[in-house]
Design a protein around this ligand. Sequence first.
Ligand code: GLU
Length: 423
Amino acid sequence: MENNNNNSNPYQSLLNQMDEAAKIAGLEPDDYIFLRYPEREITVNFPVKMDDGQLRMFTGHRVQHSSIRGPYKGGLRYHPNLDMDEVRALAGWMTFKCAVADIPYGGAKGGIVCDPCELSDYEMERLTRTYTAKIVDFIGPSIDIPAPDINTNAQIMSWIMDTYGKLEGCYAPGVVTGKPLEMGGSLGRQGAAGRGAAIITREIAAKAGINLEGASVALQGFGNVGRAAAESLHLLGARIVALCDISGAFYCKTGIDIPGLLEYVKTSPRHLIKGFTQDGLTPIDNDDLLRAKVDFLVLAAMENQITRKVAKEVQARILVEAANGPTTYEGNKILVERGITTVPDILTNSGGVVVSYFEWVQNMQHMAWDMETINCNLERIMVQSFNEVYTMAEKKDIPMREAAYIVALKRLVATQKARGFFP
Ligand code: GLU
């Protein structure tokens, strides 16, 4: 698993990051060696009957990185290029993310290697239910709690909850989060990661002395996270001048009409931005977007976007990582050298799992919170974790990414010390 020369492996990047933070924090390698290895890795291969009657084999993964601070927690991703190193890294980042937010969870991630665009709804349902049956012994409200991630949604969470309940003979809404309201979902869960990222942008803007009212933003990604981030940033007065998704990218100096675009993608093919028009809107390359001269570059797409090469050309004042792992290890080194502030993923995008936590708490108590309670608590946790990371960065004169890892590592190591080792 470990290869010191291969920095582009995302799990290796996480290990490097962890080592650097541990060194600054004065931790010995033995203090956190247990975090270098995921506690359990599950891979399942299973057949699914397709609509045409043919059987097709699928592969699914679930990596349970750490349960030191609570049950494993993290999303499920359906993607044709999903691979184990990526899932491992995503699981590890969940451990750190939950520790930064100080919510009582460990970290996990999983998914199925598939292209959802090629699957009918019925195929998707059979695929999801079969995968759930294969991992049923390893999930549960106090064991491991999946949630949506790329290409998964509330409907998929419903099928998982239903399959789990049928197999275990119980009603257990707490087995997954990100469910629809009628299945025990929470108000405000959808879009929580994007709203949280906007709160973090507002906080860093204040520290950097940038007035968010009228500040320019380039936004990569217009999926669940990107859309909610755009909406919240727009409400805060920011001017989103460049935006992209997998169907293309565009630029508008005076600001993209976000309410108009949000309305447009409700009915556009696959909810993509392609075909949207507005006065002054010009098409650009995705790469141009990453190099745009803006106050904030908000990354809300996939991993490995800011590579060494791109990092040399970034012109944004501040990078906001609303996606998981959008900056490579080498890319990050360049950004640090260039003095570009980056607000790291494990702090910025925790809004999703924080509201997942609220959903799970409501499920355990058979209660439903109102929107105000959700929003107040989200605001409180985001601002508190931002301040903790920012203060650590100031105190040690280090970038916020290292500071976030230190905040998380200290919590994880303290809990492990208190637990001791068994047997
Ligand atoms: N998939 C989201 C993330 O990467 C949410 C995970 C969750 O709610 O458990 O943070």
